[in-house]
Design a binder for this molecule. Structure first.
Ligand SMILES: Nc1ncnc2c1ncn2[C@@H]1O[C@H](COP(=O)(O)OP(=O)(O)O)[C@@H](O)[C@H]1O
Ligand SMILES: [Mg+2]
Length: 235
């Protein structure tokens, strides 16, 4: 049984259809990575789940139909989305960014949670009163992820967290994601161009090309797939 079930015939922007026959599931606590080249439709997959695109079909979170639900209610249903690029509010402080992430929850527990994140990640704690825009790229991505987890989601959608980060920073960030996933039990749907790191923390994987799924299997199977190796692993 999947926690998140995507069963979409078509999705896109206004009259433009970008995705077709997009069908997959993410189990509770599981991790699925969606690989694909630039322009393949990865961001659109996440935006469709978050209610930001036109979708025909069904998307269910623990049985609740999300298609047709407004974005803020989808978030309230247990989904958090870290968008591509800067997922933080640059003008707000680090602490304020975390508090915004928990705005749907009771105030007192949110403040305590924000403190816990800043203890856990001292680089954020040291900068708690500074604008998020002053953080390095890797720290901003970490803050964006912490902010998303502040809503205590059941599923975390992550859009190319490695984008623009140095290889070492990316490796560290994915190790942290792996840990946080284990600790919180949050399921993850991760889209990436960096197949190497993404397959390393995922159980299952899909490849999309021109808005359609072309390969699917376990992360280990995709790592051994010659086409995937050539196209996405630079082998
Ligand atoms: N707002 C939009 N309106 C119309 N088409 C869009 C919009 N955003 C993206 N697209 C198109 O959707 C396709 C997939 O884009 P995207 O999901 O951003 O790909 P990826 O994230 O894999 O790079 C591209 O052909 C792109 O031109
Ligand atoms: Mg994208």
């Amino acid at each position: 049984m999947s926690l998140l079930t995507v069963d979409v015939d078509a999705a896109g922007y206004g009259p433009a259809t970008v995705l077709r026959d997009m069908r997959f599931g993410v189990p509770a606590g599981g991790r699925l990575v969606v690989l694909g080249a630039n322009g393949a439709g990865k961001t659109t997959v996440l935006r469709t789940i978050s209610g930001l695109c036109r979708a025909e079909g069904s998307i269910r979170l623990d049985g609740t139909e999300l298609v047709g639900m407004p974005t803020h209610r989808i978030a309230g249903a247990g989904l958090a989305h870290v968008p591509q690029g800067r997922g933080t509010f640059g003008d707000l402080t680090v602490r304020e960014n975390l508090l915004v992430g928990g705005s749907t929850r009771p105030r007192r527990s949110v403040a305590a949670d924000a403190d816990r994140w800043m203890e856990r990640f001292p680089r954020l704690g040291e900068r708690s009163a500074r604008p998020a825009s002053g953080l390095s790229g890797g720290e901003q991505q970490l803050l964006a992820i912490a902010r998303a987890l502040m809503s205590a989601p059941r599923v975390l959608l992550l859009d190319e967290p490695s984008l623009g980060l140095a290889p070492k920073v990316t490796t560290d960030l994915f190790a942290t994601l792996d840990e946080l996933g284990r600790e919180t039990g949050t399921a993850m749907l991760l889209v990436e161009q960096n197949a190497e790191v993404a397959l390393g923390i995922a159980e299952d994987a899909l490849v999309i090309e021109s808005g359609r799924i072309t390969v699917r299997g376990s992360a280990a199977e995709l790592r051994d797939n010659d086409d995937v190796r050539r196209a996405y692993l630079g082998v």
